[in-house]
Design a protein. Structure first.
Length: 300
C-alpha cells in the first residue's frame, strides 16, 4: 500500500461516518417534521410558506428539511426565505444572500433598524428579547400580508416549547407554551413551527455536520442570566440525570386533561362537563386506575 493510500484511508473513513450520521439525522428530522405538519395541518396545497431565517442553527435546519420535504410532498407549496436585517453592528450582511443564492430559492432581506430602537428603549442590563421579538414579529407579519404569504414558519423546536411552558409557569403564572400552529390575534397570519417535534441537540448536531454559516446574535444571545437560559440549564440537567424525562414532559403537553386541572373556564366543575367554545360539553367518565407497570417513553 502506498503512503498516499495510507494517509487517505482515515479521512475516507471519517467522511463516510460523517455522511452516515448526517443522513441518519436528516431522516429523523424529516420524519418528525413531516409528522408535525400532518398532525397540525401546517401546510396545505397552494400555500406560500415564508421561512423566517435568523442565521441560527434552527432556521437553517428548518429551511433544509422543508426544501427536502417539498420534493416529495403530496401537495404543492412554495417556500420563500426571509431574513430581517435588524442593523446590528458587525452583522455580516453578505452571508445569507450568498447562501440563499447558492440554494436557488426565492428570498428577501428586510432591512429595518430595530437594533437602535431596542438599545434606546431598554435600560442597560435589562432583557432585550421582549421588545426585540415584538418589533420583529410586527415587521414580518406586515411583510407576509403584503406578499400573499399564507403561512409563516418559525424555527422553534421541542426544547423551545418546553422551556416556554416552564417560563410561563415559573414567572407568568400561566400554563401555556408556543403552539405548533398559531392564528394571530388579528386573523391576518398563521404561524407554524415545523420543528415542534424535534430535539435541539439533534438540530445542533445536524447543523454542525452541514456546516451552516451560523450568524451569532450579539443583541440578545450575549445577555447573561436570562430566565430562559436558567430554564434551559434545568431541562438539560434533567435530561442527563433522568433520560426520557424530556420526552415524557413533551408527551404531557400533547395530553392535557382539563378536568384534572383547576381552570374553570375550561371545565365546568359544577356539572362535570368540559367547556368548548364557551359552552359546556359532556365528557367521558374517567377510566379506573390501572397499574401500568413499566412505562414506555414515547420517543418522538
Amino acid at each position: 500500500m502506498t503512503p498516499e493510500a495510507v494517509s487517505d484511508t482515515p479521512a475516507s473513513d471519517a467522511e463516510r461516518k460523517r455522511k452516515l450520521e448526517t443522513n441518519k439525522l436528516q431522516k429523523r428530522l424529516r420524519r418528525e417534521t413531516g409528522q408535525a405538519i400532518q398532525d397540525f395541518r401546517m401546510i396545505e396545497s397552494g400555500d406560500r410558506v415564508m421561512v423566517c431565517l435568523s442565521g441560527g442553527k434552527d432556521s437553517y435546519t428548518m429551511l433544509d428539511i422543508l426544501m427536502n420535504l417539498q420534493k416529495s410532498a403530496p401537495v404543492s407549496f412554495e417556500l420563500i426565505a426571509v431574513n430581517l436585517d435588524q442593523k446590528q453592528p458587525g452583522f455580516p450582511e453578505h452571508v445569507l444572500p450568498e447562501y440563499l443564492s447558492a440554494l436557488g430559492i426565492e428570498y428577501h432581506i428586510i432591512e429595518k433598524d430595530t437594533y437602535s430602537i431596542v438599545k434606546e428603549k431598554v435600560p442597560e442590563g435589562k432583557t432585550t428579547c421582549g421588545l426585540c421579538s415584538r418589533l420583529r414579529r410586527g415587521i414580518l407579519y406586515n411583510f407576509a400580508e403584503e406578499h400573499g404569504i399564507t403561512k409563516i414558519a418559525l424555527g422553534h423546536h421541542r426544547d423551545d416549547l418546553l422551556e416556554t411552558l416552564f417560563l410561563n409557569m415559573f414567572y407568568g403564572g400561566k400554563m401555556k407554551s408556543m403552539p405548533p400552529k398559531l392564528f394571530s390575534d388579528d386573523g391576518r397570519n398563521t404561524v407554524i413551527r415545523p420543528l415542534a417535534y424535534s430535539r435541539e441537540k439533534d438540530i445542533a448536531r445536524y447543523a454542525a455536520l452541514r456546516e451552516y454559516p451560523i450568524i451569532p446574535c450579539n443583541l440578545c444571545g450575549s445577555q447573561e442570566n436570562l430566565q430562559r437560559q436558567v430554564v434551559k440549564d434545568m431541562l438539560q440537567q434533567w435530561d442527563k440525570q433522568h433520560p426520557g424525562r424530556i420526552e415524557t414532559m413533551f408527551r404531557a403537553m400533547c395530553n392535557v386533561e382539563p378536568s384534572h386541572l383547576a381552570d374553570n373556564t375550561l371545565y365546568d366543575f359544577e356539572n362535570g362537563r368540559s367547556i368548548v367554545g364557551g359552552q359546556a360539553a359532556p365528557v367521558q367518565a374517567a377510566e379506573p386506575e390501572r397499574d401500568y407497570g413499566r412505562l414506555d417513553v414515547l420517543n418522538l
